[in-house]
Design a binder for this molecule. Sequence first.
Ligand code: O2Y
Ligand code: MN
Length: 603
Amino acid sequence: MAEHTIASPTCNPRLLDWIREMTDLCQPDRVHWCDGSDAEYEHVCNQMVRSGSFVRLNETLRPGSYLVRSHPSDVARVEKRTFICAPTQAEAGPTNNWKPPGPMKETLLSLFRGSMRGRTLYVIPFCMGPLNSAFAKIGIEITDSPYVVCNMRIMTHMGQRVLDALGNGPFIPCLHSVGAPLKPGQPDVAWPCEPDLEKKYIVHFPHEPSIWSYGSGYGGNALLGKKCLALRIASTIARQEGWLAEHMLILSLTSPRGQKRYLAAAFPSACGKTNLAMMQPSLPGWKVQCLGDDIAWIRLGPDGRLYALNPEAGFFGVAPGTSEKSNPHAVRTFAKNTIFTNVALTPDRDVWWEGMDVPPPPTLVDWEGQTWTPDSDRRAAHPNSRFTAPADQCPVIDPDWQNPDGVPLSAILFGGRRTTTVPLVCEAFNWQHGVFLGSAIGSETTAANTGQAGILRRDPFAMLPFCGYHMADYFAHWLALGAQTDPGKLPRMYVVNWFRRNDRGRWLWPGYGENSRVLKWICDRIDGTGQAQPSPIGNLPAPNALDLSGLNLHPENIRELLAVHKPEWRREAEGIRDYYDTFGDRLPATLRRELEALRQRLA
Ligand code: O2Y
Ligand code: MN
């Protein structure tokens, strides 16, 4: 019998039944219902410090902050072990790992049986989106990981107020275990998990809906409100309910004359979304404010415009490469009350990582807990090390980031890491063409993310790892949503590429705050003042329409940044055709027509 730390703080019969059933299954020693209070957060953090999982950072340099080191086998999302268990494989589509729900449930039940022995089962009531929003979705995560409790407290709206709002209503059950039960008297380790990759399971049952995650304690595998609920499960709900759950940042851009526009942007993982979301524009008088860096829920408003809301309450950002130069606002955001995972520890108990633009001290403790010096031939911080920080600590958080109605979108951007072919910016001719452009984006792999550089991985709408159903049906859903309103009310759509290189392999575009020049042209287009010229792939900035003042770019670089080389684009069109063929007959005819029209324009 598990010991209960407090009486059940809800009367929701379905929730109470589920907690009883899962407690019987997982057999924890204790059950704790999270109330989401400051005192509870401090208590769980202190417990983790005492157990040796958390290192308390220097209270003067980094108040209220902690460092945690994961097991070396548990350092990132595991796409290979992520499953969509729709009733049929056709519903999951060719881009998802599918398994039939029945046998997968059997496998999971046997894994979860007794999985929490010797541990505490935490019940985390959480809400994605502000509680007073029609967008909001409530989930209940059961976990045996106090690390998950602390991170969910930052990343979601969490605790008793969620149960109060839930009443007897429906919730999405999310079951998580690190998969490391303790025998009586067995000492615990700092980061318990199931080290065998083949025994990790991140499983979605979209038809229930429910989420079952076993064996990993890390990020997207374990903080189930994020990628699992707010993208994979939400995308299937959004399809049924007529909205969109997207892998997009949301930002506002205010011109020197005070005109404010909201933009959403989809980029594959590792393309600098957090940096763009909090950008400090180099253009005088322009201001960017951040509403979210990873996920946008988008729906039609009563006025026929599209409204976007960030369902998260924090940032789970990549640490390496984040510096005063690349993202000064992120540096302020994680100045306090932050959990750092897998970064290096300095002798004065602060954090350090590669690309921080601060010289390392003569000696550090690396992410694996080993002594590290600048002469070491390995990295001090793991390349996927993270900071978890509250969104309201961002110095440029937009005042409307928690607006329950969301904010009206003027533009949607699609990006990727492309060293050739794709120009700096290109405007879609219309919504259907924009959906075509979004369906074809992709990123070239880097040595850092796959070990093999320069392979193009198509990542439609940056949703490849996150779409919970058949990707071709998802394209059809985008097309159908656009058809529901006056085309003049829809956001304009753009492809951007900050990563083009010249034939000597050098970056053509400086990026970072200079990206505001591209955003300015987009705003000018929306206002009707920005000049464009048509090209076979879309509208490009007319000569001199991009504000490049003070940038000192060589005219040859500017030409190449915006060049559309027809032979390259004919090859690109063939690549898109091959990719589309993987979706068979389910691909919307509209997209085949868009591809054919592109080929005609390139002829
Ligand atoms: O590796 C992980 O578990 C984190 S993945 C992640 C985290 C924050 C934002 N985006 C991502 C992503 O993979 O897109
Ligand atoms: Mn992401």
